[in-house]
Design a protein around this ligand. Structure first.
Ligand SMILES: *Cc1c(COP(=O)(O)O)cnc(C)c1O
Length: 228
């Protein structure tokens, strides 16, 4: 055995606890547990911290920075071809090519310029990842995402002008507000646009998000420990 044994045990226990809570939240909401994907948010944690979770069976991971991911993930993915990597942080248009090389899913499409950069990449022959649109449900000036009132028109442009297939919506509720209000709003915006995907819920509120229809919960600290 290697010196990793105890951190692997910790990771396996944490992962199991989160999955159990997710499944219970899904069943309580009359939903199938397999309809909710756990995105393990590994930002700031290094390969040594991530490996035990992979060993425990986790395959879907989220990162918020392109640069950090480019350093960490190619080696891990070379060993585990079935890993699915999600970008959950802002994407600058000058990093689109790097992001396309790394990520299977982007949760943070939030403006025309970025949509057009994706279209240009597609025209150059690149395969696009799965896409979710970020909504700034709390209309916080410091936060990325479309205002709720802009969402319908943006989704229409994605569909009709750019032929970009959008899988769902994503939000990060304001830290000091009841998240349920934001989850309900995001669900309503998705439903009236015929979208099924809902990326919402983090370590502190993922059960509530599942009750409101989350298909992807993004859990970091509850799995990896605090980021300080
Ligand atoms: C860091 C982060 C998370 C995970 O937050 P935790 O509270 O650690 O679970 C989820 N979503 C986004 C967009 C993040 O940046």
């Amino acid at each position: 055995m290697t010196g990793n044994t105890s951190s692997e045990a910790t990771a396996a226990v944490r992962l199991d606890a989160i999955k159990t809570r997710m499944a219970e939240a899904a069943r309580n909401a009359g939903r199938a547990p397999e309809d909710v994907t756990l995105v393990a948010v590994s930002k700031t944690f290094d390969e040594a911290a991530i490996r035990p979770l992979i060993a425990a069976g986790q395959r879907v991971f989220g990162e918020n920075r392109v640069q950090e991911s480019a350093h960490k993930w190619p080696a891990l993915r070379a060993q585990h071809a079935d890993i699915e990597l999600h970008l959950i942080g802002p994407l600058q248009t000058n990093k689109v090519d790097d992001a396309l090389a790394l990520f299977d899913v982007i949760h943070t499409l939030d403006r025309d310029r970025l949509a057009l950069a994706l279209v240009r990449a597609r025209e150059k022959g690149k395969a696009l990842p799965r896409l979710l649109v970020q909504v700034n449900t709390g209309e916080e000036p410091q936060k990325a995402g479309l205002a709720p009132g802009e969402v319908d028109a943006f989704l229409a442009r994605c569909r009709d002008e750019w032929q970009l297939e959008i899988e769902g919506l994503m939000c990060i509720p304001p830290a000091d507000e009841e998240p349920a209000l934001h989850f309900a709003l995001l669900e309503k915006l998705a439903r009236r646009n015929g979208l099924r995907g809902l990326s919402m819920g983090m370590s502190g509120d993922f059960e509530k998000a599942i009750a409101f229809g989350a298909t992807h919960v993004r859990v970091g600290s509850a799995l990896f420990g605090s980021r300080d």
